[in-house]
Design a protein around this ligand. Structure first.
Ligand SMILES: [Zn+2]
Length: 535
């Protein structure tokens, strides 16, 4: 039988027989090469000692499992100097000695394992007509040799967490080839330094602002230039800014509340007796005239002897209104609505409590009930919302169209972003924010200068910027600048060079995905193999 184009075989191997069942194909293969080389001395030999049969699994065919029955031979080694007297012929392109599966089948399982995980890989393999176990897949991955490191000139280093916030490891990336070159089981300086000592070509180490990797690079690769990552620099600046802005926003909020309270106090006390607006007065007058006309019609119809129900139908008002008007004898004027409120006598108390800082309406309501208030909760809430246009009112009515001031976190974002990239309402917010205090305005200028330096890679202006911060009188920025000064060379390099750790962050994201594919159960050695060989 000729070799089948559907089943590639090494030279000298031939298909002898094929047996197919529903799920399985069994293929018998015979070796026909007249000679074979001794694996020890490489001498060819044609003296056959014996034959035997070896069964190995092969890549599936048409969704069916494939078994190869290999009829292989043993040869005598005729080299008198060789220690080996008898050897088995080798099939290096098809199957390794003592292996139970072909090389291509092994590779497929490994790829499945790398793309999924132990158990997931087993399930997928079963669908593809491959029979295997979780342990086999994991063993295949663990058997992979580490990829050669080669010469690394630009190294990116960062940490990743095995368990968030608890246990950390280190990831090392070749910034030129964009490949992960190694994972380390912790983020201690000594571990990273020991690794860097093996890399004699290291020219640049790009790292975060933490002290561990700085000291690792100093110890392990003193010849290399250190480069502080730009993302981490901005992050540190943002952290320093957040405290500063939170402080100013809180102070501003307090000032505003006080101003509103001062402004509202007389309104609070006088609102109930104040005259309604001319527009409202006019409307009320019209309503009164309409009502009076109805009243006169009711009286006239009654004089004609009509029943109350008939009058109500004719005038199109309620029967009870007709009844009460007829009983009253004269035109009943409407009582001013304000006088009806149960809440009036409690208003001074409410106002006092609000001023004391109690802005919880449910709590205020309970206090009023304890004092004998008989009205509803809704009445207390509505009156508060109506009479106190401070924060609570804005929340409740959200009638204000002007953009509210940002939280400190949003403010940090507004400060760090390019002004031209802000949306119109964000620009308005920023403008408001800068007006709340001269210190905030000064801080904005300094932060933008730093961000500009970072974007345009003009690290040569760093010294000038540090001097400005020193004279600024802004302690939060000064403390950030102190940190920068301690690490000035690396920061200047980060602000000047193209190098940064963005790629490393990307690999950390990929690492997290790989970690979760194994449901977080993979230990460090397996995780390391999977990341180093990630597809
Ligand atoms: Zn030999």
């Amino acid at each position: 039988m000729e070799s089948n184009p559907l089943l590639p075989l090494p030279e000298g191997m031939q298909i002898d027989q094929i047996q197919a069942s529903e799920n399985e194909v069994s293929i018998t293969i015979i070796a026909t090469h007249p000679t074979s080389c001794c694996p020890l001395c490489r001498h060819p030999s044609s003296s056959i000692h014996s034959r035997y049969r070896r069964t190995v699994r092969d890549a599936p065919c048409g969704g069916r499992r494939v078994h190869l029955a290999l009829c292989v031979r043993k040869f005598f080694c005729r080299n008198p100097l060789c220690e080996r007297k008898i050897f088995t012929e080798r099939l290096p392109e098809l199957v390794r000695p003592w292996a139970k599966m072909t090389i291509r089948y092994c590779q497929q399982l490994t790829s499945l394992g790398l793309a999924t995980c132990g158990k997931g890989g087993t399930r997928l393999a079963a669908r593809l007509g491959m029979q295997t176990s979780r342990q086999t897949i994991l063993r295949r991955i663990m058997d992979l040799p580490d990829p050669p490191l080669g010469s690394i000139l630009y190294l990116g280093i960062d940490d990743f967490s095995f368990r968030r916030g608890c246990q950390f490891g280190t990831i090392l990336v070749n910034l030129e080839s964009h490949r992960v070159v190694d994972l380390l089981p912790d983020r201690k300086a000594e571990t990273s330094a020991a690794w860097m000592r093996q890399q004699l070509d290291l020219m640049v180490v790009s790292r975060d602002r933490g002290g561990e990797y700085a000291s690792a690079a100093t110890q392990g690769a003193p010849q290399a230039l250190q480069c502080a990552d730009r993302f981490h620099l901005l992050k540190n600046l943002g952290e320093a800014l957040e405290g500063f802005l939170a402080h100013h926003l809180a102070a501003h909020c307090k000032r505003q509340t006080q101003a509103t309270l001062d402004e509202q106090a007389p309104v609070w006390q006088s609102k109930r007796t104040a005259r309604p607006s001319p527009k409202l007065e006019c409307l009320q007058q019209h309503r009164r005239e309409e009502r009076l006309a109805h009243y006169e019609q009711v009286i006239a119809l009654r004089k004609l002897g009509m029943s109350q129900a008939a009058i109500a139908r004719q005038v199109a008002i309620g029967a009870s209104t007709v009844q009460s008007w007829l009983a009253a004898g004269t035109f009943p004027e409407r009582k001013p609505r304000e006088q009806a409120s149960h809440l009036d006598r409690y208003l001074p108390y409410l106002f006092q409590r609000w001023e004391d800082g109690c802005h919880n309406i449910a709590c205020l309501f309970r206090e009023l009930v304890e004092q004998g208030y008989k009205g509803s909760y809704e009445s207390v809430r509505d009156n508060l919302v109506r009479l106190l246009p401070t924060g609570r009112k804005n929340e409740a009515s959200s009638s204000s169209k002007a953009p509210a001031l940002a939280t400190s976190r949003q403010a940090v974002f507004l400060f760090l972003r390019r002004p031209e990239k802000l949306r119109v309402e964000e620009q308005e917010q920023l403008c408001k924010l800068r007006q709340i205090h001269s210190e905030v305005d000064r801080a904005y200028d300094l932060v933008q200068q730093f961000a500009h330096m970072l974007r345009t890679r003009t690290g040569e202006h760093l010294d000038g910027w540090l001097d400005q911060v020193e004279c600024s009188g802004l302690p939060e920025l000064q403390s950030f600048a102190m940190g920068v000064k301690k690490d000035k060379d690396a920061v200047r390099a980060g602000l000047t060079w193209w190098i940064n750790n963005g790629m490393v962050e990307g690999h950390v994201t990929k690492l997290k995905l790989i970690k979760r594919q194994g449901y977080g159960r993979a230990g460090f050695p397996l995780l390391r193999k999977r990341v180093l060989h990630a597809l």
